[in-house]
Design a protein around this ligand. Structure first.
Ligand code: 13P
Length: 246
């Protein structure tokens, strides 16, 4: 049985005081029944590392540079993140693909460099509404995942995958448990063809996960946790989702 993983993606929200309250609220809820992490804006990485030093709650970044180091103004490297104790880096979030033009190849490079520095990449895949309605969901997510599988080669089993249908992100419109499970099963089959570790890999679902729909989604056979946006900004909601994961 795969242990569930619930990851909060704070996106570009928060400030030092609000973050401190949020983390204190999660930690004070006591031991969680699943693995849990928060992915914070770069500027709060150092604060978060200090706040969570003695906690089982892990933390990660929302992106990472595809380059080792050098003249890349504004970028943050995997080595820098790892130096502070970073465990996860989200790569290929649909917001970065859409607003920053990130290609499958760039996402694959980011996943590879993260893993090379001991950071688990959380690789996001997902179709737009237009693609779903055109019957392209399976082809789109397979193409996105395939680029990363090839880049990671024999280490592919070490990534976490997140299926986030673009039409369900921040819209309140969640994929039904059956819709989500169907895509997760496709991704699991693709992973099985690539790595012997596929059955122990985590595939998270993201897109309008809330305390009231989390249990049903996370009960699906191939849904191993959640990547949570809006609901991760409230300690009580994040904790409730973690509790729904068992
Ligand atoms: P919401 O939970 O706000 O829909 O965001 C999902 C997401 O994009 C997490 O990465």
């Amino acid at each position: 049985m795969r242990k569930k993983l619930v990851v909060g993606n704070w996106k570009m929200h928060g400030n030092r005081a609000a973050n401190a309250d949020l983390l204190a609220g999660i930690v004070s809820a006591g031991p969680l029944p699943c693995d849990a992490a928060v992915c914070v804006p770069f500027v709060y990485v150092a604060d978060t590392a200090v706040s969570l030093a003695a906690s089982s709650l892990r933390w990660g970044a929302q992106d990472v540079s595809a380059h080792e180091q050098g003249a890349y103004t504004g970028e943050v490297s995997a080595a820098m993140l790892r130096e502070l104790g970073c465990r996860y880096a989200i790569v290929g979030h649909s917001e970065r693909r859409a607003y920053h033009g990130e290609s499958d190849a760039l996402v694959a490079d980011k996943a590879k460099i993260a893993l090379g520095h001991g950071i688990t990449p959380i690789v996001c895949v997902g179709e737009t509404l237009e693609q779903r309605e055109a019957g392209q969901t399976e082809a789109v997510v397979k193409r996105q995942l395939s680029a990363v599988i090839h880049a990671l080669a024999h280490c592919a089993g070490e990534m976490v995958v997140a299926y986030e249908p673009v039409w369900a992100i921040g819209t309140g419109r969640t994929a039904s448990p059956e819709q989500a499970q169907a895509v997760h099963a496709v991704l699991r089959a693709q992973l099985r063809a690539a790595t012997a570790q596929a059955d122990s890999m985590k595939i998270l679902y993201g897109g309008s996960v809330k305390p009231d729909n989390a249990a049903q989604l996370l009960a699906q056979a191939d849904i191993d946790g959640g990547l949570i946006g809006g609901a991760a900004l409230k300690a009580a909601d994040f904790v409730a989702i973690c509790r729904a994961a068992t």
